[in-house]
Design a binder for this molecule. Structure first.
Ligand SMILES: *Cc1c(COP(=O)(O)O)cnc(C)c1O
Length: 446
């Protein structure tokens, strides 16, 4: 068993973690580097609450960074995992839950006829891009600054300076040569897209975008911008890839594609479709998917791909969402959260704007209007957020430990939970901004 939580244990465990895990973590943002302080080592979680090794309870809006749309340890999911595990944890062969989950995704997502399962969002993106390159016989990939697609080498590229669409590396260890095949544009800029296609359209294999960019704040796009992408890709024979790893089955069964009424050529999934288990998927029309091995020449494989326990968890999640008309409930709760939080932010001494779509929300600190590009996020946002984050944590509320991460509502959250967040936020704002002198407070208009 896990042991009983008691005071002081979380810090002790994290001190141990620092010895055997780089930064004490298995994924960097968990280390609290951008907000400061010590990460809580988690003992367990249930519903909307996580409990650390000290026994402290936190009302959780991280939701394991997106997958837990049912909340933590939902009984339906736990039962599904238990049942599946009892039949064996991995077969390395086709299984029913895998086929059923594929059918569910195909039936739900615009234009999708086949999917392939992998074990993470990163893997889904990497494989989808390879398939796009193999299908078109072209090499260039276009991405947008402010979108995240996992830690694929040639996508760890940030926007270069000025008008240059050649990116600059955002990680050590990625050869310059990889970056030469990636073009990076700003979101919200239709003209830049058209210019790039005019110049290099016949070399572009794929344009990849989060239709609902939610990894660098929540940068909701104009539908017209996304439509332009669709048009230009079609015109030049490039494939449009919607990275729906966050938005897939979060916004609704048809993800961002359905929301905007657009059909990408390929889409990638992760997070929600695994219900908290390691799952990714990518898919598209049969015409494109037939290029994938064993049918076609684009190689892609995985020992644990389509893992029966993970597939069963995903299947149970998606079935439950559909049966419960969950997206309607989540939209209602989201709208309620928006109302409550907007009221609080109206009184904030520092300009702050709530941005929300469905059950995803984010506060743009220092902004009056919702930013549509990474470049438009206020440069002081991180500074403000650090204080808000710790103020809330002290009050037993967990948001993600980075200003660029969004918050998630789940079916386990209630209006009372939202009220608690709103009241605590009001409290925190009053506390921190009354005792701190922010230069922008002085010249704040209105
Ligand atoms: C989380 C995420 C990924 C990466 O998925 P992992 O499972 O963390 O590898 C890729 N794209 C988007 C849009 C994501 O939100």
């Amino acid at each position: 068993m896990n042991g009983v939580p008691e005071s002081g244990q979380s810090e002790q465990w994290f001190a141990r973690a620092l010895k055997s895990l780089p930064g004490g973590v298995s994924s960097p943002v968990r280390a609290f580097r951008s907000v400061g302080g010590t990460p809580r080592v988690i003992h367990s979680a249930k519903g909307a609450e996580v409990i650390d090794e000290d026994g402290n309870k936190y009302l959780d809006f991280v939701g394991s960074w997106g997958p837990l749309i049912l909340g933590h340890a939902h009984p339906v999911l736990i039962q599904a995992v238990r049942d599946a595990a009892q039949r064996g944890t991995s077969f390395g062969a086709p299984s029913r839950p895998e086929i059923e989950l594929a059918e569910t995704i195909v039936a739900s997502y615009p234009g999708m006829e086949q999917v392939r399962f992998v074990s993470s969002g990163t893997e889904a993106v990497m494989s989808a891009v390879r398939l796009a390159r193999g299908t078109t016989g072209r090499d260039l990939v276009v991405k947008f600054s402010g979108c995240y697609h996992g830690h694929v080498d040639y996508l760890l590229v940030a926007a270069g300076s000025g008008l240059a669409t050649f990116g600059t590396l955002s990680s050590d260890g990625v050869p310059e040569a990889f970056v030469e095949l990636t073009r990076v544009l700003c979101l919200d800029d239709d003209e830049a897209i058209e210019m790039l296609f005019t110049k290099e359209g016949d070399k572009i294999a794929a344009v990849i975008i989060e239709p609902v960019p939610a990894n660098n704040g929540l940068l909701l796009q104009r539908p017209k911008f996304l439509a332009t992408l669709r048009e230009q890709c079609t015109k030049y024979g490039a494939l449009l890839i919607f990275d729906e790893v966050i938005s897939g089955f979060r916004l609704g069964a048809g993800g961002g594609a359905e929301h905007y009424g657009l059909k990408p050529d390929l889409a990638t999934f992760g997070k929600v479709i695994g219900g908290g288990m390691p799952v990714g998927a990518f898919g598209g029309s049969r015409e494109i998917m037939k290029n994938l091995a064993p049918e076609g020449g684009v190689y892609q494989a995985g020992t644990l791909s389509g893992n029966p326990v993970a597939m069963k968890a995903g299947l149970a999640t998606l079935q439950y969402l559909k049966e419960q008309h969950a997206w309607r409930t989540l939209e209602e709760l989201g709208r309620y959260a928006e109302e409550r939080l907007c009221k609080v932010l109206e009184k904030s001494p520092v300009q702050a704007r709530l941005v929300r779509i469905g059950s995803i929300f984010w506060i743009a600190w220092g902004s009056k209007i919702p930013p549509r590009t990474a470049e438009n996020i206020n440069e002081n946002a991180e500074l403000h957020y650090r204080k808000v984050f710790h103020g809330l944590l002290k009050r037993g509320i967990a948001l993600a430990p980075s200003v660029y991460e969004v918050s998630f509502l789940s079916l386990a959250h209630t209006k009372n939970d939202v009220d608690r967040l709103a009241e605590s936020l009001a409290d925190v704002l009053e506390e921190i901004f009354s005792e701190t002198n922010f230069p922008e407070n002085a010249d704040r208009t209105q």
